[in-house]
Design a protein around this ligand. Structure first.
Ligand code: ADP
Ligand code: MG
Length: 735
């Protein structure tokens, strides 16, 4: 399927790009053409400036850039302009686009067409249709938030994320990003808490800037996110022959191929032509929507790739990330491929993550985690840095819980992804400096010259410090933090909500302490000594979270235990921590989530964990019964026939007979384990999602592991012409 852009663009002004594309199909796109298509399908600020009356535009910008409440009067004008733009670009329908707690996106399409009463039609998008929608909320998970008898929720326009056009081969739909809330105002989605957490951190970060007198002309602090997406591509025909991939997005059986990733020859190697063609098309589609993709390369495992956008403000970045994941799925079939976003599609092969690069930036574009070379701003930088250190130390458990899922359990701690122990990597230089502060800063009088934090001055910090540590879950990488633990299939909204909230709390703490210390009339020197003594305390208390060594090593496990850092091995252990008093108070205090909202999320995460495993177990039983067992019986029969006929003619084949006995014994074990798993999976009448999750981990997962091991062993002993599933070699190496 190829999208007929030319047709879609017939209404829009023709450009070289379109003309060329429709004439020649898939011609390479030049930079000039990219410039022309970039953001064309996005109702972004450029378009809004062109199409909105000046005062409406300015009032809308107050909401978008400074988080000011939306001016109700202007919504009707925006609706009309947005509709005109969409219709001119071929749109016939619009949808409120939102992110329910399923972790996916949801849409309900309505026509822009309205009968004009005289036998014709007009296109219309009313103020109300833009601002508010009412999808049938009853079938979205609410985790108990919303009793079914009042199954009402509504979507509300989020003007801070640009509307965009979604194209299929024969339709164009205007997508309006919205939040999804219940009539009582409870958040039923992933977006609302994210937006709230951004408000919370902005408010606290502004206090720090004010203390330093650096708040002039700054209205808001935004969090920025650049998520790197890892994924696998497999041939689509092979994909359809694997029921496990089709239902679970991961293989439940599959023996390791002789050549895996031992040679490391795939990482950053040249991108295979079919894959490159696919990625190029993904880029072109996303450029149109205004998603600024930046890097693409092969990842560590064979068949694994990465695509990363340039960072944007968190809420836009999260929306764009959802669009990116959707585009990977949607476009891959055009190249005979299937995109797998599961965290661990192949056993024994590296899994996929979503590295979440995170920073803080003023609305004027100054990165607050960028160590500038003036001491004064350096001090401010250090306050922000220490706020993050403190936050991660105090709430590492919540960070861990924010990325817990059945899929991610396969990755964390498996020496390919950061361990389940949350720690911070600072790099040697910054760690030295932090230690230096702890040692020397208490000196009462610090002369201007030594104020450069002793011997180690910040200007020496290379922005992109070479000493990267790829084993750390939370690494400072020069001017941002990289949270490396999120799973590939997860939405970035939730972990970012947690990061924003815990850092907001630390900034609140630091700001309160500093405000107290410097008093009403702060002088430069008072400020300096106050900052120094506060940071000294904070570092002494929280530096235990800093670890620059190898996070994969066993020594770290022991060391972390000595330091008292939690090691929450799996989702069943991690998720309940979101119900702790500490968590409830934190989210409540910063008005990110009420207790009920938080509780509902934990319920949903636990349910999702259990249901995902339930589906996997049932699918596994089916594959074992319907495919593997019959194939192995056929193989066994062949062996038996061969032994019998060989012995009948008087030829000795003792070893073959032993091999047959072995094989039969293995298959018998397989059959036995299969029935055990089947029996265990039948028990699923749990009312408490936590208990259900625990049952799945304790009873089902071990049986699944056993069955898999037996099955994979059988695969290596069974004739390839009877083996019913495409092998790892085929899945991973056919590009
Ligand atoms: P690596 O794989 O070495 O970590 P990449 O270049 O692949 O580096 O990814 C870096 C990611 O970090 C990009 O998505 C980039 O947009 C993002 N990034 C850079 N600066 C910031 C920032 N200030 N805030 C958030 N993300 C950022
Ligand atoms: Mg990275």
């Amino acid at each position: 399927m190829t999208i007929d852009y030319a047709r879609h663009d017939a209404i829009a002004a023709a450009t070289d790009w379109n003309a060329q594309r429709s004439a020649n199909g898939q011609k390479p796109v030049t930079n000039r053409q990219i410039d022309q298509i970039f953001g064309r399908d996005s109702f972004n600020q450029r378009v809004m400036r062109q199409r909105l009356p000046k005062d409406v535009y300015q009032r809308l910008m107050l909401t978008i850039e400074q988080g000011k409440e939306l001016d109700d009067e202007i919504a009707g004008v925006v609706a009309t302009a947005m509709k005109d733009w969409a219709v001119e670009n071929g749109a016939t329908h619009y949808t409120h686009w939102f992110q329910p707690l399923t972790g996916q996106t949801a849409e309900k399409h309505d026509s822009l067409i309205v009968p004009d009463g005289r036998g014709g039609i007009v296109f219309e998008l009313s103020r109300n249709a833009l601002v508010q929608g009412e999808p049938d909320a009853s079938s979205f998970p609410s985790g108990g938030l919303r009793a079914t008898f009042e199954a009402r929720g509504y979507t509300a326009w989020d003007p801070t994320s640009p509307a965009f056009l979604m194209r299929s081969d024969n339709s164009v739909t205007l997508c309006i990003p919205t939040v999804f809330v219940s009539w009582t105002g409870e958040a039923l989605d992933k977006k609302t808490p994210l937006l709230r957490s951004m408000d919370a951190i902005s408010e606290q970060a502004m206090r720090i800037l004010r203390i330093f007198g650096n708040d002039g002309g700054i209205d808001r602090i935004n969090t920025t996110v650049g998520p790197e997406q890892e994924f696998f591509l497999v041939d689509r025909n092979l994909y359809y022959s694997r029921p496990d991939l089709v239902t679970c997005d991961r293989t439940l059986f599959g023996a390791k191929p002789p050549k895996g990733q031992q040679l490391d020859d795939h990482y950053f190697g040249s991108i295979p032509p079919r894959v490159l063609a696919f990625m190029t098309e993904v880029e072109q589609e996303l450029y149109r929507i205004g998603v600024p993709l930046k890097t693409r390369h092969n990842e560590v495992a064979p068949g694994q790739y990465e695509i990363a956008p340039l960072f944007e403000t968190s809420n836009v970045a999260v929306d764009h990330q959802m669009i990116l994941m959707e585009a990977l799925h949607r476009i891959a079939p055009r190249y005979g491929l299937h995109a797998i976003l599961h965290e661990k599609p192949f056993s024994g092969v590296n899994g996929s993550g979503k590295h979440n690069n995170w920073s803080l930036s003023t609305n004027t574009g100054v990165n607050l985690l960028d160590p500038k070379d003036e001491t004064y701003t350096n001090m401010q930088f250090l306050v922000f840095l220490c706020a993050v250190i403190r936050a991660v130390h105090l709430h590492g458990d919540l960070l861990r819980a924010s990325i817990a899922s059945a899929g991610n359990d396969h990755r964390l701690g498996a020496n390919e992804a950061p361990p389940a122990i949350i720690s911070i990597f600072l790099g040697d230089m910054l760690t030295d400096m932090v230690e230096e502060i702890e040692r020397t800063m208490a000196r009462k009088k610090i002369k201007k010259t030594t104020l450069d934090l002793g011997a180690t001055t910040l200007p020496n910090i290379p922005r992109d410090s070479g000493d990267r540590n790829r084993t750390s879950p939370f690494a400072f990488t020069g001017n941002k933090f990289e949270f490396r633990a999120p799973g590939a299939s997860a939405t970035a909204a939730w972990p970012n909500t947690v990061i924003n909230t815990i850092v907001a709390e630390s900034l609140d703490f630091l700001a309160t302490e500093l405000e107290k210390a410097v008093g009403k009339k702060p002088t430069q020197s008072k400020l300096e000594t106050s900052v120094q003594s506060l940071l000294k305390k904070v570092i002494a208390e929280h530096k235990r979270i800093i670890f620059n060594g190898d996070n994969y090593s066993d020594e770290w496990l022991e060391e972390a235990a000595r330091r008292g850092l939690p090691n929450l091995k799996d989702s069943v252990e991690a998720l309940p921590l979101l119900r702790s008093k500490k968590a409830i108070n934190l989210f409540k205090r910063y008005e990110v989530l009420t207790k009920a909202e938080l509780e509902s999320r934990v319920n949903i995460f636990q349910e999702k964990y259990a249901i995902q495993l339930q589906i996997e177990a049932e699918q596994m039983v089916l594959i074992a019964r319907q495919q593997i067992l019959p194939a192995c019986l056929e193989h066994q029969q062949r062996m038996a026939d061969a032994v019998r006929s060989t012995e009948t003619v008087g030829v000795d084949c003792t070893n073959l007979r032993v091999a047959l006995e072995d094989y039969a014994a293995q298959l018998d074990k397989f059959s036995n384990t299969l029935e055990q798993l089947n029996g265990a999976a039948d028990i699923n009448d749990f009312t408490d999602p936590g208990k259900h999750a625990k049952y799945m981990r304790d009873k089902i997962v071990p049986l699944m592991n056993d069955l898999r091991e037996l099955g994979d062993e059988l695969e290596t002993r069974t004739a390839s012409d009877v083996w019913p599933l495409p092998t790892y070699r085929e899945l991973l190496f056919i590009k």
